[in-house]
Ligand binder design. Structure first.
Ligand SMILES: O=c1[nH]cnc2c1ncn2[C@H]1C[C@H](O)[C@@H](CO)O1
Ligand SMILES: [Zn+2]
Length: 342
């Protein structure tokens, strides 16, 4: 379907370390003298992107180990953030929420606030250059100690409203259920930081229920396995809790067995509040345009339905109301220039 590329888009679920370009790794390695297992971008790609052999979220998460050693200083974090905005601009995004886990970037002397500041600087430069509004979500990691995650939340509070908009919980869901993190998100709530939580990806609906009822998440990262508990689905529907679906990633991690079983059309028809996102453009080999094209081809989403998904994302973005209203106006202007009415 033409117009998909031109459609103004919003990506609310986009990991910084999942969107690093192979060409950037080549340059960062050359600058630091680090050796690489391949000499060109094509040779590097298999180390950064999953293939058909990916059997689980744990397999999928392996790919991040390759890029993280290159993202341990201010300049590389800033560059990665700038380039994420550059790629989003090429995809016609008008707003992105870029998430990253500060604890994964402090192995060579950075502090958690240093890491957050560097990413904000890179996003701000990207926003100034490309006109794509870009904000940070700081991620707590499931395999890290509670005290370290509390530190991430405290640092996030320092940047709230100054480039950072929320916190999150990610990592190996099946082996680290959300209940262990109640204290972490109680602190976020106390500090007035909104949060989304990855749930219902590598674990079932119980994980979603705990994220919402136990931890108080206002959005759910993925949530694709919600159908496993029809009563909970009714609650999520009634409360219009947004799901950040990432179709290609969800199929690669085997959260869903394949495209034929992907529940997006069913969830949409029931009236769940859905958004569609990339998760990790490089690891998953996708883009917002790619995700939209997949929905158009496989589930007959019309351009109007895709535009509605993007408008949903704007509506549930972690932005102040006045900034959202301005973005909505820009979105509507761009839609009408394309002749799309929703
Ligand atoms: O889809 C995901 N589920 C759980 N964890 C994830 C996903 N994508 C990326 N991550 C992890 C790996 C990254 O290193 C980390 C911070 O972006 O978040
Ligand atoms: Zn994710």
């Amino acid at each position: 379907m033409h117009l998909i590329k031109e459609l103004p888009k919003v990506d609310l679920h986009l990991h910084l370390d999942g969107g690093i370009l192979p060409s950037t790794i080549l340059e960062l390695a050359a600058a630091s003298g680090a050796s690489l297992p391949a000499s060109g971008t094509e040779g590097l790609l298999p180390y950064m992107q999953v293939d058909a052999n990916c059997e689980s979220l744990v397999d999928y998460l392996e790919k991040f180990n390759f890029v993280l050693p290159f993202l341990q200083d201010r300049e590389s974090l800033k560059r990665a953030a700038f380039e994420i905005v550059e790629s989003a601009a090429a995809d016609n995004c008008i707003y992105i929420e870029v998430r990253f886990a500060p604890l994964l970037h402090i192995h060579k002397g950075l502090t958690v606030p240093d890491a957050i500041r560097s990413v904000i600087e890179g996003l701000n430069e990207g926003e100034a250059r490309y006109g794509v509004k870009a904000r940070v979500i700081a991620i707590c990691m499931r395999h890290q100690p509670i005290d370290d995650n509390l530190e991430v939340v405290r640092a996030a509070a320092l940047f709230l409203g100054k480039g950072l908009v929320a916190v999150d919980l990610a990592g190996d869901e099946a082996n680290h259920p959300p209940a262990r993190f109640r204290e972490v998100f109680a602190l976020a709530r106390q500090l007035g930081i909104p949060y989304t939580i990855h749930a219902g990806e590598a674990a079932g609906a119980d994980s979603i229920e705990e994220a919402i009822e136990g931890l108080g998440a206002v959005r759910i990262g993925h949530g694709v396995r919600l159908r496993e508990n029809p009563a909970l689905l009714e609650v999520v529907l009634a409360r219009q809790i947004p799901l950040e679906l990432c179709p290609t990633s969800n199929i690669q991690t085997k959260a869903v067995s394949g495209w034929a079983d992907y529940p997006i059309r069913d969830y949409w028809d029931r009236g769940l509040l859905l958004t569609v996102n990339t998760d990790n453009p490089t690891v998953s080999g996708t883009s917002m345009t790619g995700e939209c094209e997949a929905l158009a081809e496989r589930f007959r989403f019309t351009i109007e339905e895709l535009a509605s998904l993007m408008r949903n994302a704007l509506n549930v973005a972690f932005l102040p109301a006045n900034e959202k209203a301005a973005l909505r106006e820009e979105f509507d202007r761009r839609l009408s220039a394309l002749g799309i009415a929703i």
